[in-house]
Design a protein around this ligand. Structure first.
Ligand SMILES: Cc1cc2nc3c(=O)[nH]c(=O)nc-3n(C[C@H](O)[C@H](O)[C@H](O)COP(=O)(O)O)c2cc1C
Length: 343
């Protein structure tokens, strides 16, 4: 399978992209996924174009990055009346390798400002907006991409037409989340809908997105739609090692063995370390209180550990619980593997 994905001038090392997920795919989590391997590109969560231009503290925090967090896509949202072209220039200046325009967010806060999924409703206006953005950052060489849904609802599917128009407007790649806006996250992602968008593009790569949880899901999406790459969101929150595993499957045709629970918990410990480095104690505790259940879903029975971490009030408590659990498992393993002396 072709593992080369090119977005404009940018050659990615893998066709597997980490999705923007507001409140989750922050700098520590992006670094964690990258360290585990297999990530071709990772994105910030959606950034309000006016907030970045005003350099509001929250916008600066959400767009913060490091040299290890490359290549980086910064995602912006706004409408035709907003200073999106200027915000795109700001993003490139701030270190973005790719600027993505959000055209799929169904959340009221975003749509009420005519951004996100509302861009699916008036394709003429969206095309004009995109041309202005592309023109504004053309000289920097940074590609503009778009992340869309199939349409607002089943009666207004615009995916293929929008892909064609975006391609003509100079967009370098389009990610298609295989749902309509009114579905929000319900139902299953429509693989045929993504395939129709792939078929609509002549020159640019189309990236498939929605419901990919296993390396097999990734391969099936690529096989069934012919997409040039995939974007993974919620699947990565529970298994940040999914990129590396899927990359191995795509490269070798063989699905690697799953990580052991101890290996998974070592990943959680690394996540804690990165959170502490970039966010501090309070955010680390809140993050782990919430996210341990996602990690736990990929593991064998570990309810007591999950509860300890969920209710913990300090990082020390969380580490102690996880390290204790690992110690117990490793102790058990050693007990069974110690060769017994013949008597
Ligand atoms: C909590 C949450 C926050 C999200 N935030 C964003 C966002 O900031 N920008 C965006 O384009 N998509 C966002 N999405 C959509 C995801 O990027 C992705 O398209 C969707 O979850 C389907 O992919 P998945 O099944 O791999 O998660 C968000 C999804 C969730 C569940």
């Amino acid at each position: 399978m072709d593992l080369m994905l090119r977005i404009g001038p940018l050659q990615l090392e893998s066709p597997l992209l980490l999705a923007p997920i507001a409140g989750y795919c922050d700098l520590p989590f992006r670094l964690l996924c990258r360290e585990l391997g297999g990530v071709g590109l990772a994105a910030t969560e959606l950034l309000n174009c006016r907030s970045v231009l005003k350099e509001r503290p929250k916008a600066l925090k959400l767009s913060a990055s490091t040299v290890a967090d490359r290549p980086l896509c910064m995602q912006l949202y706004g409408s035709a009346d907003d200073p999106l072209p200027e915000a795109a220039a700001w993003a490139v200046e701030a270190g973005a390798d790719v600027v993505d325009i959000n055209m799929g967010c169904p959340v009221d806060k975003v749509c009420k400002k005519n951004g996100g999924s509302l861009l699916l409703k008036d394709l003429d206006a969206t095309e004009r907006l995109v041309r202005r953005i592309v023109r504004r950052i053309e000289r920097t060489g940074a590609p503009v991409t778009a992340k869309i849904r199939l349409g607002w609802d089943r009666n207004s599917i615009v995916g293929p037409e929008l892909v064609r128009r975006l391609e003509d407007s100079g967009v370098a790649a389009v990610t298609v989340h295989g749902r309509t806006t009114d579905q929000k996250f319900k139902g299953a992602a429509d693989v045929d809908g993504i395939a129709a968008c792939v078929a609509a593009a002549d020159r640019i790569p189309v990236i498939g997105n929605g419901d990919l949880r296993t390396p097999g899901d990734v391969k099936a999406m690529m096989d069934r739609t012919g997409c040039a790459g995939v974007m993974i969101g919620r699947g990565a929150l529970r298994a940040p090692w999914l990129f590396s595993q899927a990359a191995t499957l795509l490269k070798t045709g063989v699905e690697p063995a799953d990580l052991s629970d101890v290996e998974k918990l070592r990943v959680v410990l690394r996540h804690i370390e990165l959170m502490m480095e970039h966010a501090g104690e309070r955010e680390t505790v809140i993050c782990m209180n919430q996210r341990i259940s996602r990690y736990g879903k990929t593991m064998g029975p570990c309810k007591a550990l999950r509860e300890q971490v969920r209710l913990a009030t300090s990082v020390a408590e969380i580490r102690e619980a996880i390290e204790g659990w690992i110690g117990e498992r490793e102790g058990m393993k050693n007990e069974f593997s110690v060769p017994r002396a013949h008597t």
